[in-house]
Design a protein around this ligand. Structure first.
Ligand code: 1PR
Length: 523
């Protein structure tokens, strides 16, 4: 029996699912006594250090946790659950951690994008039961802006490089913690969990130990989901956002089945976009929540969900906040939420007033769940101009001139799935959303969507130059070489595709085989 400490701030469902898939039963902590009586405790943490410690204090969990940690019974902290073992964090100055290990948690100070999101390697620093069955050169899924700086090097279990070397796992007796998410790291992550669950596993040193580790470029499969005219939830795919063919919504398969296929084929992440979320309210759209619940039972890579994340008042006058909508998605198995239309309206307000209200969907969700959980999905369309002075927007000089030979263009933000253009450019939107607390940009491009003509490199470079958070390049992938192109001619951290995967034109494995040796990937 595994006891799981859930303080309600994120996706513990995936940890439960991963443990249950290994044949174990999970008992959630409901009272301080449950911690004291645990035989094996798993503490997955997501969100922010300050709010985590506040909740642990309010529930009177801090003293029993400290007692448990002193008892030499097995403990596995994941991400923030590991950071909690230390004395304090720069994320919440003055808020004490559990203090079992000396040292603090620091924000990354590097030239690379922060958060550190994606699959990176580990360098073993001591033998551990967690390493049984691993070669040592596997990659695991990280998502964090803060990292450990332990005073005592002897507690470091693994180190990882991102800008510089940081401690990515710790071990002191039976107390272990990983910065990466084993529950989101596919088969190798499940192996680590299985090793923790098994009693009396021998401590081993993995046979391989990389000198350096490198963050992989991620390949993301995207499933645009909506109800078809018969009312069934299907994966669809548009050409420049038009998903109808001969009047019917294109049906490319069932969401749960396709997600499973992409996981099996090696997708590094899966994104679901509820493309009619701008008009349907997701909390009334239970099938979408069900899709997440079912998918997260068997798919152990990160899941992002977008569509309809905004404040909403239903026909009975009940108001739901965007935070409540997002929370429901997280409880159903999502790791990140993606905000589309509402992000444009939020950014417009922010740019007009210069004020952060603290009330927007971006701010409220990132405050509770951390910025890494908030993706902004951008749906821009090219608008050509003869002279940059003609418009008050950020323009670029383009190598593909417009229909009248225009040498400049700007990328107009749209809302409601491309139906309404706004007086805001995608570069300004991305920068504003980063300032408000977003952790990643999903950069679509209506002109390229479904065309197989390759990613819009000019758009990606323009947005990358304006933000420090990771960017997912999206729209237009038509062959393996397009992925190499986007990773070598831009600094995008990941690339997303839909049509070529759905139509089985190019499987994810073929993309990865092609990239092997050319671009760092997770094999
Ligand atoms: O505005 O917060 O409710 O979110 C709605 C979400 O649904 C947004 O993220 C928006 O991008 C998405 N969306 C709305 N309408 C459509 C549509 O296609 N009619 N799909 C749509 C967006 C674009 C990509 C696509 C890539 C790759 N889909 O995600 O998967 O372009 O395609 P490709 O590889 O086939 O070229 P809100």
């Amino acid at each position: 029996m595994i006891t799981l400490l859930d303080y309600g701030a994120g996706n513990v469902r995936s940890v439960v699912n991963a443990i249950e898939s290994l044949g174990e039963t999970v008992r959630p902590v409901n009272s301080p006594e449950d911690i004291l009586s645990a035989e094996r405790l798993v503490f997955p943490g997501v969100g922010a250090f300050g709010s985590m410690m506040e909740i642990l204090e309010a529930r009177e969990y801090v003293a029993p946790l400290k007692a448990y940690l002193q008892s030499s019974r097995p403990f596995l902290g994941i991400c923030l659950g590991m950071q909690a073992l230390f004395e304090e964090s720069e994320e919440a100055p003055g808020v004490p951690g559990l203090g079992l290990m000396k040292g603090r948690v620091k924000r990354f100070t590097i030239g690379e994008a922060v958060p550190h999101i994606g699959w990176n390697g580990i360098k073993a620093r001591q033998p551990s039961p967690l390493f049984n069955g691993l070669r040592g050169d596997e990659k695991f899924y990280f998502v964090h802006s803060y990292h450990l700086a332990p005073d005592d090097p002897d507690v470091i279990l693994t180190a990882t490089d991102y800008g510089y070397e940081f401690a990515s796992a710790v071990q002191q007796g039976n107390v272990m913690g990983t910065q990466f998410h084993p529950e989101k790291s596919g088969a190798h992550g499940k192996r680590i969990l299985a090793n923790f669950l098994a009693a009396d596993t021998e401590a081993v040193t993995p046979p391989r130990n990389p000198q350096t580790t490198t963050l992989a470029k991620r390949i993301i499969a995207c499933l645009d989901v909506r109800a078809n005219d018969q009312g069934d939830l299907v994966v669809t795919k548009g050409d420049q956002y038009d998903v109808r063919e001969e009047g019917q919504v294109r049906n490319l398969g069932l969401p749960v089945e396709l997600a499973q296929r992409y996981y099996d084929e090696g997708a590094d992440e899966i994104t679901f976009l509820n493309i009619t979320g701008f008009r349907d309210f997701p909390l009334e759209d239970m099938p979408m929540l069900e899709v997440l619940k079912q998918t997260s039972r068997n798919v152990f890579v990160p899941l992002t969900i977008g569509g309809g994340i905004r404040d909403y008042t239903d026909k009975n006058g009940r108001t739901y906040s965007a935070l409540e909508v997002a929370s429901e998605y997280f409880r159903s198995g999502a790791d990140k939420v993606s905000i589309g239309s509402d992000a444009v309206l939020i950014a417009e307000d922010y740019l007009r007033t210069g004020q952060k209200t603290g009330q927007s969907a971006i701010e409220t969700i990132s405050h509770v769940y951390g910025s890494q959980a908030v993706v902004i999905s951008v749906d821009p369309r090219r608008v050509y101009v003869a002279d940059p002075g003609d418009v008050p927007h950020r323009t670029i000089e383009t190598a593909s001139p417009g229909p009248n030979g225009e040498r400049y263009c700007w990328y107009q933000c749209t809302i409601k799935g491309g139906r309404e253009g706004r007086e805001l450019d995608a570069v300004s939107l991305a920068a504003a959303c980063e300032a408000l607390g977003a952790g990643e940009i999903l950069l679509n491009c209506i002109d390229r969507d479904g065309t197989n003509a390759g990613f819009d490199l000019e758009l990606i470079n323009a947005v990358k130059a304006a933000v420090t958070i990771p960017v997912i390049a999206s729209s237009g992938a038509g062959c393996e070489a397009h992925f190499e192109e986007v990773f070598t001619r831009t600094t995008a951290e990941s690339a997303l595709a839909a049509g070529i995967f759905h139509r089985r034109e190019i499987p994810i494995g073929a993309v990865k085989n092609y990239l092997q040796g050319r671009v760092e990937i997770r094999p």
